[in-house]
Ligand binder design. Structure first.
Ligand SMILES: [Zn+2]
Ligand SMILES: [Zn+2]
Length: 404
């Protein structure tokens, strides 16, 4: 429980310094306080509805006074430029402390949310995909799903073993997490060798890629269920690379190339006239958030296409692309494994890039069924489960371009 010890309005009347009983100090701006007022008039009884009409306030809104109740549990402030008659701005001390935006508090919150960096750092070269048994999901669905999603949130991938090889089982399991995210490939797709212009449906090597980067937003979570992978089939191993880890290696080893991939966009193209598919999207490989952390990564060596950028950027773009590509090819960066019938792999498609080695059927069959769900829906389900199971977690950063 946070308790306010003393407060002081700055000489410029623009800020209010708050000293808490535990010695922590925060500084809040007049506009921030007024526009985040927690009084009954300003906080809508309907959750998530913002009621304050900011443009009606003058730009030089300033503090007239600030006071704290005798227990130190509530800050009350008044303003020159207030538009509501008789209005008093209030902030419970606990709420104020939880939203404190001093450097120390922000840095601590950023670190807590950044499960990806924490996982990569503590991972220490471990290159085994986390696994769980299908039975865990059956024994207790909430605990099983929590276990699965925790791995997907933190490690980016989890392999469920011994899933019955029944038709559309992958959809049934995906629906336990969230609604299916349909794409132009439908709600579910089958991967096996057939006469197709899509390289995924051949026995050829599939280079490292995130699915559908040529779309404005690539699918979030991918689920792939191995229906058949006959013993006679040679090759076809899977490779997974954590692109968030790869770009952090790039940032350290080659900061100039890192900067280039933040600034110069690449292009991805999916053109499939027979299916009526024309997707083209230009975006940067690395997208940073306000704090300079990686917020999104885009990589697809298959649908990679023709950049349309200024003359001065062409060579530095291809140089940076090559540097990052070489990092992803290091054995030390790759999870390499061979799927077995009953394996169902769940991974964050906007974080993990995957590849497949070429294979020969030798009279056998390799058949996978896949589907997608939204990254945001997965995170929502994870947080709902955490709350239900009384796990104390902060909303994690999952690589969906969120800035905090
Ligand atoms: Zn208010
Ligand atoms: Zn603080």
């Amino acid at each position: 429980m946070a308790t306010i010890q003393t407060i002081q309005v700055g000489l410029d009347k623009d800020t209010c310094e708050v000293l808490w009983k535990d010695g922590h100090t925060g500084r809040f701006h007049a506009k921030w306080l007024r526009f985040n007022c927690r009084c009954e008039q300003c906080v809508s009884p309907i959750p998530g509805v913002y009621t304050i009409n900011i443009p009606l306030f003058p730009d030089d809104l300033s503090l007239i006074s600030a006071s704290v109740d005798c227990e130190g549990k509530k800050l009350q402030t008044e303003y020159k430029g207030e538009i509501l008659p008789e209005h008093k701005t209030v902030h419970p001390a606990n709420w104020l402390r939880s939203k404190c935006y001093c450097d120390a508090c922000l840095d601590s919150k950023i670190a807590k949310r950044d499960v990806i960096s924490r996982y990569v750092t503590s991972n220490d070269g471990e290159r085994n995909v986390r696994k769980m048994q299908y039975k865990t999901l059956l024994d207790d669905e909430d605990i099983g799903l929590y276990r699965l999603l925790k791995d997907v949130v933190e490690a980016g991938v989890c392999l469920i073993q011994n899933v019955p090889t029944e038709e559309r089982k992958v959809v049934e399991i995906a629906k336990k997490i969230a609604y299916i995210e349909p794409t132009s490939y439908g709600k579910m797709y089958d991967i096996y060798v057939r006469d197709s212009e899509n390289v995924a449906y051949t026995n050829l090597m599939l280079p490292l890629h995130q699915d559908q980067v040529s779309s404005e937003i690539a699918p979030g979570i991918q689920l792939l269920h191995t229906m058949r992978f006959d013993k006679s089939v040679t090759g076809g191993e899977s490779i997974i690379v954590d692109m968030f880890e790869a770009v952090e290696v790039l940032r350290v080893e080659s900061p100039e190339d890192f900067r280039t991939l933040v600034e110069v966009p690449g292009c991805w193209l999916t053109e499939d006239p027979s299916a009526g598919r024309y997707f083209e999207h230009h975006k940067c490989h690395i997208q940073l958030d306000y704090f300079g952390k990686v917020a999104a990564v885009n990589w697809n060596a298959t649908t990679f296409s023709t950049p349309q950028v200024r003359d001065k950027d062409v060579n530095r773009y291809y140089k940076a692309y090559t540097t990052l590509s070489n990092i992803t090819r290091r054995k030390s960066m790759q999870y390499c494994f061979k799927l077995e019938p009953g394996d169902l792999i769940v991974f964050n498609n906007r974080r993990m890039a995957h590849a497949r080695k070429g294979y020969e059927l030798n009279g056998g069959t390799r058949h996978l069924q896949g589907t997608y769900i939204k990254l945001d829906d997965m995170k929502s389900k994870y947080l709902a489960l955490c709350r239900k199971l009384e796990k104390n977690v902060v909303p994690p950063k999952i690589g969906n371009n969120c800035s905090f």
